[in-house]
Design a protein around this ligand. Sequence first.
Ligand SMILES: C[S@@+](CC[C@H](N)C(=O)[O-])C[C@H]1O[C@@H](n2cnc3c(N)ncnc32)[C@H](O)[C@@H]1O
Length: 196
Amino acid sequence: MAADFEKQSYWHDRFTSETCFEWLLSSHDFMSIISPHLPRHLGPDSHVLHIGSGTSALQNHFRARGILNVTNIDYEPLAAERGRALEEEAFGDVKMTYDVADATNLQSRKRYDLVVDKSTVDAIACGGDDAVRSMARSVASCLADRGVWISLSFSAHRFDLPDLPLDVQTVAHVPTQKRHENDPDIFHYCYRLRAR
Ligand SMILES: C[S@@+](CC[C@H](N)C(=O)[O-])C[C@H]1O[C@@H](n2cnc3c(N)ncnc32)[C@H](O)[C@@H]1O
């Protein structure tokens, strides 16, 4: 990824015109991949934190499953606007929450049963390993008992860092689409992180 991907100004400029875009995978495909790895107790009363929502419609898939306690955060305020518009377009109203927050410094007193990020960790990783460590510490501090963080990245080594406060498991290698038959195999990686 280009180094600018860690800068809020990059996302602000992008979201000025972008209204809907899915990084790495469609939200539909992402949901199919993560479904077997979601906490078994996840249900309508659960609390979900969607980090770096951008202009993705991932939150709508949780609402479609009856989970309305979804907090979408992004450090770029335009993402909240785009997220609300995508929810309203799909359901006719807005019931989920959209906040502006920095994932490397979450101040939430809420605890979440599920935290999800789809390639947000990749953008944050452009700021270096310490930024990923700060994100991991932040997420760890707001996971409920038995809570999990599911993260999708293009990197096979995204969480290969010493001193992470969470156990990391790679739960899926997702093959990317090839443009030509002889293109090499390229994968995205789905991680599940839990309290130690
Ligand atoms: C690669 S995009 C992924 C967007 C979306 N999750 C998707 O799958 O299409 C990265 C997103 O993370 C947000 N982001 C980057 N750094 C962040 C940070 N420190 N805190 C919160 N959001 C951040 C960006 O504004 C952008 O929306």
